[in-house]
Design a protein around this ligand. Structure first.
Ligand code: PLP
Length: 350
């Protein structure tokens, strides 16, 4: 990509499969019947094409139905308060995405934040639950700043035992994991009660959907305020989503490639002495400690033609500033060589 007039290798993109600039998606865009939508879906914004696209997205994630939202942030802000309220309790992983956190807050449910990935703590909290209200367990599928993958099978088990709903945000799982890119849940053979998929990452477009039972979709249509009171998903992107869905489904080679790149970067960065936590996704955090160091290393990489943005608190916990490296399927081995050479060159005696 070009930035400030020079070419940089982008190792800081959520476009894992490299479809955001794919000519086939541009062709689909040109075939669109319209651009925007005249109103919200419940007024006059609804198109038959919305439903056709939703059916396609639901089948991609192997769930009965889906509903489009204009962004993942809007999907989470609308969905959680539609499902739980002041009499209910949400169990939320400490590293969940900001949009899930804000959805929880907006719901006015009691929120029990459990330490990241700590299933024992979650089970204890579920056991200690009192009252007649509903319970909802909420988790990212792939944690967006740490790149580790949630144990969704264990979460499903706990939800079943303790009579809770399970909501999984597949923002970084969709397209990358699972059969035909169906996500982390599909890879584990797990059906969450609520699955959120975003369309601005592996799909290379924009927007999101919430998938689950027909009753969930019907409920959200009337209760998710970010759906009810917001202009319908733009017509221009509906054919793009359908084209992207078929590209994503057929992209086994790209999935393999991006995961191979990630494995190599993790291994070789560790070999260079960097602190890289365990993980299996294309999100590779390189912990550098201080904010200043993160910025400094980001700049030094940029001088070597590699774009990796330093991530600092409050996006991540204090003292865990990091470089967050994300390879793409369209990177060549030479591109990855270049990244690793740059990482070697800027490494300083700690
Ligand atoms: C990116 C992201 C979102 C927000 O999706 P947008 O479509 O960009 O608003 C929600 N959840 C997670 C886990 C994300 O990484």
């Amino acid at each position: 990509m070009r930035q400030a007039g020079r070419d940089l290798l982008n190792f800081c993109s959520n476009d894992y499969l490299g479809f955001a600039s794919d000519p086939r998606l541009l062709d689909a865009l040109r075939s669109a019947a319209g651009v925007g939508a005249p109103a919200s879906r419940l007024i006059t914004g609804h198109l038959e094409e919305h439903e056709a696209t939703e059916r396609l997205l639901a089948s991609l994630v192997r769930l009965p139905e889906a509903l489009l939202f204009t962004s993942g942030f809007a999907a989470n802000l609308g969905t959680i308060p539609a499902l739980v309220g002041p009499d209910d309790v949400v169990f939320s992983d400490a590293l969940n995405h900001a949009s899930l956190i804000d959805g929880c807050r907006l719901s006015r449910a009691r929120v029990e934040v459990y330490p990241h990935g700590d299933l024992e703590a979650l089970e204890q909290a579920l056991r200690a639950r009192r009252g007649a209200g509903n319970a909802l367990i909420v988790s990212d599928a792939v944690f967006s700043m740490d790149g580790d993958v949630a144990d969704v099978a264990a979460l499903r088990g706990l939800a079943d035992i303790h009579d809770a709903w399970l909501m999984v945000d597949e923002a970084h799982g969709l397209g990358v994991f699972g059969p035909q890119g169906a996500g982390v849940c599909a890879a584990a053979g797990v059906q969450p009660d609520v699955l959120v998929g975003t369309l601005g990452k592996s799909f290379g477009a924009s927007g999101a959907f919430v998938a689950g039972a027909p009753a969930l979709r019907a409920w959200l249509i009337n209760r998710a305020r970010s759906f009810v009171f917001s202009t319908a998903y733009p017509a221009a992107l509906l054919p793009v989503l359908r084209a992207a869905a078929s590209l994503v489904e057929a992209a086994d080679d790209r999935r393999r490639r991006v995961l191979e790149h990630a494995e190599r970067i993790r291994r070789e960065a560790r070999g260079l002495g960097y602190e890289v936590p365990e993980g299996e996704s294309p999100i590779i955090p390189v912990l550098v400690g201080s904010n200043e160091r993160a910025i400094e290393l980001g700049r030094a990489l940029e001088e070597r033609g590699v774009l990796v943005v330093g991530i600092r608190p409050p996006t991540v916990p204090r003292g865990t500033a990091r470089l967050r490296i994300t390879p793409m399927a369209t990177h060549t081995d030479t591109d990855v060589d270049h990244l690793l050479e740059a990482l070697a060159a800027i490494r300083s005696p700690a």
